[in-house]
Design a protein around this ligand. Structure first.
Ligand SMILES: C[S@@+](CC[C@H](N)C(=O)[O-])C[C@H]1O[C@@H](n2cnc3c(N)ncnc32)[C@H](O)[C@@H]1O
Length: 200
């Protein structure tokens, strides 16, 4: 299957890394530092793009842990793989709604700047919960509020024009309906951080 979103992101892959400023990276580092990432853990990066999170994550998990990026744009996944040819970094070309992993194998899942593009949010969240170990969290991160993201996608137009990020109440409902517990959402100008834990 190759849908319009895959084509959209395939076309952007060659220039994607150029869009990040040093300030973006600094802010992203600050958010990642807030997550409780333990050395030796196995982390799933959903919609990993070219691997912007990989270096931060792989330093935190160390040699005994791993980072697995998933992206359904083959061009993004290829770049991520080329950018980070490390033993404990894996990149898989797959759709979030059908993750090619066994049940309960990750200690944390992160979706950075990718959640609004998932075509079926409930299915995606159920699938993410399936691959998380008991007690492990999902974090949905953006460096903008839900309103800022939705407005930005509207300005970009085309296939992403209506890719909105759920506001706090909507996201709490989505995460809860998918079976996550301890749901928290921070949604303010310059930061969106939604988290939920897989209870079983
Ligand atoms: C805005 S980009 C963000 C990439 C990366 N996280 C970053 O911040 O640089 C969104 C990424 O999510 C991927 N994506 C969107 N929907 C997806 C899905 N259903 N399954 C896997 N990847 C998906 C896209 O191909 C794209 O690379």
């Amino acid at each position: 299957m190759h849908d319009t979103h895959q084509e959209f992101f395939d076309k952007l892959a060659h220039e994607w890394d150029l869009w990040f400023t040093a300030e973006d990276l600094e802010r992203l580092t600050r958010v990642v530092n807030r997550l409780q990432i333990v050395a030796g853990s196995d982390i799933l990066d959903l919609g990993c793009g070219t691997g912007i999170l990989f270096d931060m994550l792989r330093r935190k998990v160390g040699d005994k842990g791993s980072v697995t990026g998933v992206d359904f744009s083959l061009k993004m996944a290829d770049r991520a793989h080329r950018n980070f040819p490390f033993e404990n970094v894996n990149v898989v070309d797959a759709d979030v709604i059908g993750l090619p992993f066994r049940d309960r194998c990750f200690d944390m899942a992160i979706a950075f700047s990718s959640f609004p593009h998932f075509s079926d949010r409930h299915k995606a969240l159920m699938e993410i919960r399936r691959v998380l170990k008991v007690g492990s969290p999902l974090h949905v991160i953006h460096l903008m509020s839900s309103r800022e993201i939705s407005e930005m996608h509207h300005r970009v137009g085309g296939v992403v024009a209506h890719d909105s990020l759920p506001n706090g109440d909507e996201m709490t409902k989505l995460l809860t309906q998918a079976g996550f517990v301890h749901v928290k959402v921070e949604d303010k100008p310059g930061l969106y951080l939604a988290s939920g834990v897989n209870p079983k």
